[in-house]
Design a protein around this ligand. Sequence first.
Ligand code: ADP
Ligand code: MG
Length: 613
Amino acid sequence: MLFSEMSLPATLQRALATRGYLESTPVQEAIVTGAHGARDLLVSSKTGSGKTIAFGLNVIPPMLNDAGLVATPPGAPRALIIAPTRELAQQVAREITWLGADAKLRVVTCVGGVDPRSEQRALFQGCHVVVGTPGRLVDHITRKALDTKNIHSVVLDEADEMLDMGFREELETILDAVPTERQILMFSATMPRETIALANRYTKDAVRVSAAQASAGHEDIETVVHVIAGQDRDRAVVNVLRQHEATSTLVFCGTRDGAAHLAATLIERGFSAVAFSGELSQPERQRALQSVRDGRTRVLVCTDVAARGLDLPAVGLVIHADPPADAAALQHRSGRTGRAGKKGTAVVLVPVHRLRQVERLFAVARLKTRPSPVPNAERIRELDAVRVLERLKGKIEALQPEDLTDTAALLALCTPEQLAALVLQGERSNLPDPESLDATERGNDPARAKKPTFAKKSADDLAGTAGDDRSVDGNADSVWFHVNIGRFQNADPKWLLPMICRRGAVEKRDIGRIVILDSETRFEIAPGRAEQFGKAASQLDEREPRVFIRRFDPSRAGSDEQPARRGPPPGPPPRQAPRYNRDATGPAGDAPPRRRPAGDGGEGVPKRKIRAR
Ligand code: ADP
Ligand code: MG
């Protein structure tokens, strides 16, 4: 239904039309035409279906006069919108602000991580709508900065997530603080039992609105499942990124550590990636999101909580690097793409041992699983060959006569074949290398690997192991490290071994198995030496400023549910997570430039610095 056919205040109509929103989404239509008035609402509607404007269109009109302008000057707020994370609250506030701009609606945002005094000042100056996170809203209510006496609507956006995050008490405090004659609106893509229980306590004959079968999947999102060997997880992510070449991608990990680690790995591989999790400071989070919005960062590696509800318009691809915990998580993660009618792809990577669980979860979500193989390196190179030619064709067609003036000197220097080779080399040098997925292709079971031995080895022995034995496993007492040099950088135990010894101040006999992969080498360190090794080796060395050695947790490659990390990783990734952020988001950071990780030029163009091909 067109907005113009709805009975909406003229100022809101104008705001929607200016924005280019002519047709309402099903949930918006259900809310506006349902004429629910001031009744409580429990609304479920799929991700990206425009729930924010839907509640805006319910909450704002009662505050407006016949001319479509706010009926009262800014004062004690009339509506309260609660969202689980800062970013989501700010996103909602932006949306409500433009929607109400012509109506002269004043919106104040109250979120953690921001100076509360400036929020207090804004609240004292008065407003019509307050948007905030539960904790900060409670603070302002307790300090009497937020006057709740006029509140007639309370919106709980992503109500289920707020309960999951343990905000029950805060929500109850807020709901107890507002007048009893108020309307409560709960919005989410999923409405689990606990949310409905809270709703039952606080709402009166709430109307259930479910638009476009919230739980039946999402027709704009194509879901792909790849079954992998656990230890191939990072490499599978690389290949999936390379296969799709989406403008922006969200990659989901089960844990913060996992997200920081994967972001670091991707940066080393030459992707412009950034980790996005709750542990970043507020400015860092803002910068990370901004860098994705303006295209400098193409891969955001995040946790479930951090990304809940985020509306990043250009996300074409979502990768579940670790499988989602349940059907709701699947839906919310995948729902970051396919927004507002655009098409998107969600790729779920499933380690063999979790396939059954994921199949059950898909059954609950009413999605069909038909696992397909992850594209291997060869397949990616085939795709590259086609795409590189396509790109060059476009560039050739775009050439203007004046572009052809200075070419004679070069043509005199080389044959057309040589020239073509150079051009191809240039095109390919921007592409991170695809990875071999040998373990996955062989169907390796990570649980079957043998215990390490720390016998003295000759370089030749090690060379024999290299590249062959990929069954890096989660053996209880093996401590694995990794260095960002692999076969493509001509890794050879002959020089790698002395380097590892020098960087980590250990001897050759302290090094166990060595596994050389395409772009990295993993090696075992005797458990007794691991801690000291980690400390020493994570120091950067002037001689190899771009060689990073860091702890590698093979068990995590197989499962994201790994609270039992063996100590904090001593290497660069966690320490650098915010710095990656800085690197990808501009010069405002504080890290010495020497630490800029290989491959991130800071302008979002993937570059490989360590390359020997
Ligand atoms: P949800 O909360 O349901 O996940 P959002 O409210 O974040 O979805 O909306 C997703 C995106 O769709 C936003 O960028 C929003 O501005 C846009 N959008 C909302 N309603 C419409 C509409 N009627 N027409 C076009 N785009 C819309
Ligand atoms: Mg939303």
